[in-house]
Design a protein around this ligand. Structure first.
Ligand code: NAD
Length: 287
């Protein structure tokens, strides 16, 4: 039986460590780190994510400032808000919930966030730092993936890793983090030929495609480690919605370890957002 990597437990530990850092920061500075959360429009999924982020922030003692803007907000008005938050000394992290309404250019908005406060790690400066291995804030889900890997593998040097998915927010940053740790990385995507063969050679498989049960048992080498980032909501047999990952979990029990969905990568994303907010606050404190 493969070990089930318990993302909830690892996330809870990160949250405890973050809460302790928040308390120490508040003792030094007279107030806790602040996270500004910007939501434009009322996309129901975004509403849920934002509410969850704010609730979790409060749990570790981070002050959050919620900015809810109507869907018809102009790009200029949004950029004016970002400029204000960039220089607000009470705000240490800025998160703009995506997707943004179609009339707003996402790149222009994310690129306007002060890199020192860019707790999602999506602005070009932090993307550049990640790809050159020169620090900066790392996107939350990829950071969470690495922390889960660290619970089962001590040293990634020379290991063969396959990343399925090449998005800017998940696949590519994960590939950069794996390279930084000296793994040999193959990044694959929807047009990749012979994906099962490529995966079968891998010591590590990171599945981030959003394709339910894509990774079958015969794709996986004995003793491999699998991190399943994919989350797709489907109708279960009972008619109720259920979440499924990109990995056929029941078929990969010959792996060394695998993350479940739900309860694997999911809880890590918010835990890493909170950790990034404290990291940003501590770095700004030193300036
Ligand atoms: P995306 O749609 O932007 O990118 C998907 C990538 O997977 C693309 O590069 C595409 O080429 C590749 N792909 C799709 N189907 C494939 C297939 N059949 N074979 C090979 N490659 C395939 O998605 P994303 O934003 O990177 O998210 C990927 C998945 O991760 C989604 O299920 C998303 O819900 C999930 N996700 C989870 C978290 C979390 O907190 N756990 C965070 C972000 C994204």
């Amino acid at each position: 039986m493969a070990d089930k990597i318990d993302g909830r437990a690892v996330a809870a530990q990160i949250e405890d460590e973050t809460a302790a850092k928040v308390e120490a920061f508040a003792a030094r500075n007279g107030q806790a780190p602040g996270l500004a959360v910007v939501l434009v429009g009322n996309d129901p999924a975004s509403e849920v994510y934002v509410a969850h982020k704010i609730k979790k922030s409060a749990k570790v003692g981070i002050r959050s400032y919620e900015h809810r803007l109507p869907a018809e907000t102009s790009q200029d008005d949004l950029l004016t808000l970002i400029t204000r938050l960039n220089i607000d000394p009470n705000v240490h992290g800025i998160l703009v919930q995506v997707p943004l309404p179609a009339h707003i250019e996402e790149g222009a908005v994310l690129g306007a966030i002060n890199p020192a406060k860019d707790v999602d790690g999506f602005c070009p400066v932090n993307v550049g730092r990640l790809s050159t291995g020169t620090g900066g804030l790392v996107p939350c889900t990829p950071l969470g993936v690495m922390k889960l890997l660290d619970t089962v593998i001590d040293d990634l040097t020379g290991l063969d890793a396959v990343v399925i998915g090449k998005s800017n927010i998940v696949g590519k940053p994960i590939a950069m983090l794996l390279l930084e740790r000296e793994a040999t990385v193959t990044v694959t995507h929807i047009e990749t030929k012979n994906l099962p063969d490529i995966c079968r050679k891998a010591d590590i498989i990171i599945a981030a495609a959003g394709a339910p049960r894509l990774v079958k048992g015969y794709w996986v080498k004995e003793g491999a480690v699998i991190i399943d980032v994919g989350i797709t909501r489907i109708k279960g047999e009972s008619g109720k919605d259920k979440l499924v990952g990109d990995v056929a979990f029941d078929e990969v029990q010959h792996a060394k370890a695998v993350t479940p969905v739900p309860g694997g990568v999911g809880p890590m994303t918010i835990a890493c957002l909170l950790a990034n907010t404290v990291q940003a606050a501590e770095a700004l404190e030193k300036k």
